[in-house]
Design a protein around this ligand. Structure first.
Ligand code: FES
Ligand code: FES
Length: 151
């Protein structure tokens, strides 16, 4: 599989979850693990551009595919990705545990709907839970991300 543009061999253990492979083998700890059964969305990554929960996939199922994690959005020292910048500007995080998952879901949403309706925004983040901020600032961040993506 390719992860953030770099080719990696499959893990030796075919039962290893994609989330564990990313975090433990590739040290990509920006992908968080909350519930580990598909509910919280903290582990969301992109698989060929579509948001998936990496705790519900085996790593070997990603073979032949492109995986993007939050680390793949911007290089050290480079400006933040517009979605990350929008979350920063709108204070759309508190502890930040859920944030990588939200950012990846919003990326997938904007790839499908560059100018999403309110309903599409709700559906785009329906699979992500935040225990801290409330969702108003996260919704504002999506609107801001649309603006920044246009600029
Ligand atoms: S850790 Fe994957 S959905 Fe919660
Ligand atoms: S910012 Fe803490 S869980 Fe979302």
């Amino acid at each position: 599989m390719r992860v953030n543009g770099v080719a990696h061999p499959a893990p030796e253990d075919p039962r290893k979850l994609l989330s564990d492979h990313l975090r433990h083998d590739l040290a990509l700890t920006g992908t968080h693990v909350g519930c580990e059964h598909g509910v919280c969305g903290c582990c969301t990554v992109l698989l060929d551009g579509a948001a998936v929960r990496s705790c519900l996939m085996l790593a070997v199922q990603a073979e032949g595919h492109e995986v993007t994690t939050v680390e793949g959005l911007t290089r050290d020292g480079a400006p933040l990705h517009p979605v990350q910048q929008a979350f920063h500007e709108c204070h759309a995080l508190q502890c930040g545990f859920c944030t990588p998952g939200f950012v990846m879901s919003v990326l997938s949403l904007l790839a499908q709907h560059p100018d999403p309706t309110a309903q599409e925004m709700e559906e785009g983040i329906a699979g992500n839970l935040c225990r801290c901020t409330g969702y108003a600032s996260i919704r504002r961040a999506i609107v801001r991300a649309v603006e920044l993506s246009r600029e």
